[in-house]
Every structure is written in C-alpha cells, then in structure tokens.
Design a protein around this ligand. Sequence first.
Ligand SMILES: Nc1ncnc2c1ncn2[C@@H]1O[C@H](COP(=O)(O)OP(=O)(O)OP(=O)(O)O)[C@@H](O)[C@H]1O
Length: 821
Amino acid sequence: MAKKKTTAKKTRKKFKIPSFKLTRLQEVILGSALMVFGILLFFSFLSFIFTWRADQSAISELGSREVVTQNWVSQVGAGLGHFFVYEGFGLAAFSISVLTFITGIFLFAASRNLFRLSNSKLFTLWAWGLMLMLWLSVSLGFFHEQNSMLGGKVGFELNDYLQDYLGLLGAILVMAFFAVVYLVLRLKITPEKVSSYFSRQAKEVQESFDAEVNEHQTSENLVKESAPLTSNLESEVTQLEEEKSEGNKIDLSSKPINSDTSNELDSNAKSTEVKETAPIKRTVAPKDDNDIGMDIEQAPEEEEVIDTKATKLVEDFGEFDPTLELSNFQFPPIELLKDYSQGKTLTINEEELQANKDRIVETLNNYKIGIAKISATIGPTVTLYEIVPEAGVRISKIKNLEDDIALSLSALGIRIIAPIPGKGTIGIEVPNQNPSVVSMRSVIASPKFQQAEKELPIAFGKTISNETFVVDLAKMPHMLMAGATGQGKSVGLNAVLTSLLYSKHPAEVKFVLVDPKKVELTLFNKIERHYLAKLPDSEDAIITDNSKVINTLNSLCIEMDERYEILKEAMCRNIKEYNAKFKARKLNPANGHRFLPYIVLVVDEFADLIMTAGKEVETPIARLAQLARAIGIHLIIATQRPSVNVITGMIKANFPARVSFRVQQKVDSRTILDSGGADQLIGRGDMLYTAGNEIIRIQCAFVDTPEVEKITEFIGSQKAYPDAYILPEYVGEEGGTALDDNIDERDAKFREAAEIIVVAQQGSASLLQRKLKLGYNRAGRIIDQLEAAGIVGGFEGSKARQVLIPDLASLEVFFNEEENK
Ligand SMILES: Nc1ncnc2c1ncn2[C@@H]1O[C@H](COP(=O)(O)OP(=O)(O)OP(=O)(O)O)[C@@H](O)[C@H]1O
C-alpha cells in the first residue's frame, strides 16, 4: 500500500503538467472563445450529418465566396464537419466539441471555485475524452458497410487494420477489452461494485414488492377471515337449532364459538405488522388417531446490516481524503537538493587502510593482545575495523584498555566498541582522511526512504556501512539532540524537517518551531500556511520569544487533552486508528471529529529556554513527552549544553531517542547517551544515535541553507491553506477567573455565546468552540461565566449543562434586566 503510494508520488514528482499562467481577463476571453468554438463545432457536426451529401461537391471549392453550402454553419461548418467527421472520427467527433466547450467554461467561470477543475484534471479529462473518441470511432467502424459516416475515415481504417490481423472476432474482443479498461480505470467500475449495485437494487425491489404484497394480504386476510367467522357462526347457530329441536343436551363450553377464529384473526394481523421478524411456523400432523399434532415455530435468522451508514458514505463519496483541500500540492522535486558526491562513489584508499591496520595490530600487540582476524568496513566518514582477538584474550581486557588504545592510535574520532553487540568482535572506528559528504539528496532518493512504510520517516544519513539510516519519529516517539556549537546540530534539524517535507502532505503533519536563536529556522516561515502551526492571534508562526514558548507548550497540552477526549469518544487507542476511522467516514465531523495531523514540536536551544523559564517549560514538556505519543504530538529538542540541569531526569526519562553530535566532554556524552563516545566524534555531522539499546554511528546528511530555502520557496509558492494550523488558545494564570459574575470582566463574545447556547439548548463548551471558533480554554471560561450569570446550570459530568433560559426572547429580557440593575 505504502509502496503504491510512493510510486504514485514518484510519478507525480517526475511528470509535471505545464502550467500556463493567464491573467483573469485573458482567462475570460479565452474561455468565451473556446465555448463559442465548442458550440460552433457541435452545430457544424450535427448539420454535417444531414447535409454532407449535398455539400460534398463543394468541399474541394471551399474558400471562395460563391460556393453555396447547406451546412448550418456554412462553409466553415462544412469544412469542419468534413475534416472531423468524415475524414476523422465519425460521430465520435462530437467529443471534441464537448471537450472544447467544457474547457471554455472552466476558464470562463474562474474554474477552481466553481468547477473544481484543476489544470491536471482538465488534462486528464482531455486525455480520457480523446481516448474514448478513438475507441468509439473504431467501434463504429464495424458498421461501416451500413453507414460510412458512423466511424469516419480514421475509425474505418483502424478497424480495417485490426480486422486484417485479428479477424472480426479478434477485433471485437480487443475493443471489448479496451472498453473494460476504460470502465475500470476511468469510471472505477469493478465486478464487485457491479454485483453490489445489483444486489442492492434487487434488495430494494424485493423490499418494495414484499411491502406491497403484505399490504395487499392484510386487507385480503381481513376480508377472508371475517368471512369464515360469520359462516362459522351461522353454521354453529343452525347446528344448535337442529340439536335443540332434536332434544339433545348441548355442552356449550365444549365448543368455544369464536375463540379460535378470533385468535387466527389476531395472529394474521400480527404477522403483517411484524413482517420482518415473524417466526416461520409449520405444523406436524399426527401420525395416527392416537398421536397428537405439533406446532413448530422457528425464529428467522436476524438480518445482517452490512449497509451501515459509514460504508454507504464511503461507497458514495469514497474515503475521506485529508489532502483534498490542497489536492494539487506538489512535493518538492529531488532536483532542489544538491548532489555533493557528483556521482562519485566511496573511494577506498588502499594505502590508508593498510596503514591503519598496521597501527592497530601494532598497538594491540604492545598490550599483548593477539589478533586472529581483522576486517574493514568503509563508511562515508569513518572506517570500522573489526577485530577477532586470538583465542584466550579476554574482551574485558580490551575494554579496560580502551582509552590507552585510542591514545596510541592518536587520532581524533577513534571509538572502540568492545564487543560489537551481537557479533563478539571488537570494533575500532577510525576516521577517513578524505571524508565524503553525505548529501540529503542521496538519502531522500534512496529506496529505503522512498519505500519506508513509516508514519513520520526521517532520513538521518548513512551508517558506517554506508547504508541509508531511516527512522520513524512516530515510533521514537520524542528525540533529544545535543552537540557543541558548530558540530552539525542545525544541519541535523534541517535534515529532519526536510525528510518530513519530502514525505508528508501539508494535511498530514504540522510543525511548531521554537527558535530562540532567531536565525536557524526562519527559512521555514515561507511554509507557514502549509506546514506550520501557531497560536491564535500570533503574528509569526516561528516562536523566537521565550515567553511565548510557555503559552505554546501549554496550548499543545490543551491540544493533547482535546485529542485524547475525541479519541476516547471515537474509542480509538491512537491517532493512526483514529485517522483510519475518520477516513472511513465512521466519525461524524458534526460531533467535533476531524482529521488529526501529526504535530512535530522542534525546540532549538533548549538550554536557553530552561535557563530563562525553568519549571514553566519543563513541566509542559515533560507532560507532553509522557503522554503525547498516542495522539501524534512528537517533540524534538536540541541543545548545545547537555548538562544535567538542562536535561533533567524527568526530561531524559521521556526521551528514549537521543542523538549526539560531537560534545566537549565525556560527561556531556554520558548525560545525553548514558555512555561516552560523543566526545570522540569528529564533528561536521558525525553523530551517534540511540533509541535505548545500541549506539549507532551515523554521518548526518548534509543539507545547506540555500537548499532549504529552495524547498521552502517551492512549497511556499503553491496554493496554501488560508492560515497556519491554529492551536487551541491558552490564557495564562493572569487570564480571567472562573465563577465571578462581573459583567465588565465578561468575555467579548459572552452575549453571542449565550445566544448560541440558548438556541441550541445545550450548554457545552465544544459547541461554542465550533460555532465561535474559540480555543478550548476560552470556551470553557465563557461557559463558567454563563453559569455565574445563571444562563446555564452547573457541571454535570459528561452530560451537557442544562440551559436555564428557554428561548431568545427570554434571554433578551434577561439582558435588559441586567442592564437596568
Ligand atoms: N552533515 C554534515 N556534513 C558535512 N558538513 C557538515 C554537516 N553538518 C554540519 N556540517 C558543517 O558544520 C558547519 C556547522 O554546522 P551547524 O550550523 O549545523 O552547527 P551547529 O551545531 O548548529 O552550530 P550552532 O549550534 O552554533 O548553530 C556547517 O556549516 C557545515 O559546514
């Protein structure tokens, strides 16, 4: 599925429909011209059908004023008809007039808003329209004998050609095959759909038939049943009279005159009422005179309701497509990224390898460690030498000598892994003399990234064995990133963001960017209305002011709570399940359900933030980190100073994925990775990654500022949402307080809110949120104020509050009284 998606995406990237930029005036003029031309074509063709014989002789002389033609559009009509219908496609040529007319309307009526016909859709319309025309023309070619006009010359010739090679039967089969292809690809008609359509139709017919029959039967039964009742009575009365006259004693109780009949009548009436669930009844007759009969009643199987509302909605409208609003969004093409390797592959310097090997063997020999085998894996920046020590050498010995060996090899960036987990060998990583740059382009283009079946795929770079390293941010679920200044942290953050820009539609992911340095992430301003999220009323989506960060973090906490609430209501455990359910139209948007994009919070310079805001940021960050994974909020926090007062225990415990570029001291490395090694890195994107278990050395992909600029410009120049993704409003401690009925301190939208609540007779904050487009907090505060004013009742748990004012007129009276107080 995901593979299909990527291939589709690839084709979309490769094939670009040329976009002609016309001014609105040009569009109107061109649109009208095409509409007129379409109509002209239509009438030319139509009249050509009737007048072609009469005009045939004039065709060769067209152009001169003296020529008289019968065609309604005169010489032009005769010429067009001759060209398109006679010489061309026969009756199928009408498609051209229709397509031309539609294109005209599209341009004339400002297209997008009225007809939702984008350039690409128009292109598809033409392509399919022309193919259909060709098919029709060739198919009508079968009837050439009867009327040569039907398929036109093209239809006839192609049909003839097919028949020469395939015979009549073969040609018919081929045309039938193309018809099937058209139905399946264009109209999306599959055998399943056809059969489900017919079974639905059959069911409907059956139901209406049943209903009619039952109606009929009820009335008939009533008539029939009343007849035996009267005849029974009559016969019984005569019998009684006879018996009386005969002087016999009569036991009236033995013959309940009408109990049977009335029962039957009852049951008949009932059977029509409960038509669908009526049990199946039958009677087993007695075998002989001594036996008694038995009535058997069998309950019918309950009907399965397959046609639920959701499946019907999906059948009618297809799955919900979150990308529909920006359906023409084009992912940035790979060409925007620079290829730093310029086609060069990793070159192996034999001499360097040999020299390093000799030094390793010699150094280890100095410590009396014999080597049985040594092998090398060449990576982009470092080469891993894997050593199998001679039998009897204890690994702990090598581990203890780690620092000494590193010192003896005396090169920056040496890291000793003793043993390599799962291998039982010892690894020594030695930096290459000529490290190669891992370009972002190479990792984005790699199949590993393109085919990654991940929610939020991040292509970090390449591992030591030169494999592209792709991880899923959604699984991490949060990441800490550390590194001394100038070691590649900002490039790393850009690589993360670029990966997401190349893989996720704006509807699927939103970024909250916090950049106290004010310069690192500013480039992303251009994609504000596509990919960024911000607080309501804030001007810039990228947060550079530390005081605003607190509001944003708290707002994210509110978003988190809201998301949990709607997930609970939808009975989903996580965002993936929820979105799948929403796409399948099982959740009603009228109940506050919506497609939830992932939110990625990126904080650069976290140390700075902690220093200025301390607990105020730490608490919401820790809360988000603890709880936000299931509802699709993921945090990436970067810092230069990975000291314990910045990366506190609480934060560390909730960030299992850690990335470290080169740090100054071993202690920093320990703080971030819980082990040394990051102090031994060589910088320039050389990094260690851990998700809790083993530590992987990666060369981070390099993406330069101009590349990011090009990508953001490409995205920013496309049609965008009207605004950035708006986060819930958060009002700090200083905001209004609850239950104080101070008229002056009431919210500006108090009155409007009161009217909404009274009209709906439902005191719920979410109703206000929806109708007034407010944040959760503000809506909640208004509800509290409404309670204080006596318009709504008290909190009633999960139920909506009671509304104490019955209608708008009473509300008006209420406000008037309040004013006069
Ligand atoms: N992956 C990489 N490959 C090659 N060179 C890199 C890579 N990452 C960074 N560099 C080099 O290192 C320089 C500094 O990188 P970067 O700006 O990311 O550092 P930083 O850690 O963010 O520094 P600061 O914290 O001061 O902003 C870059 O300009 C680039 O030349």
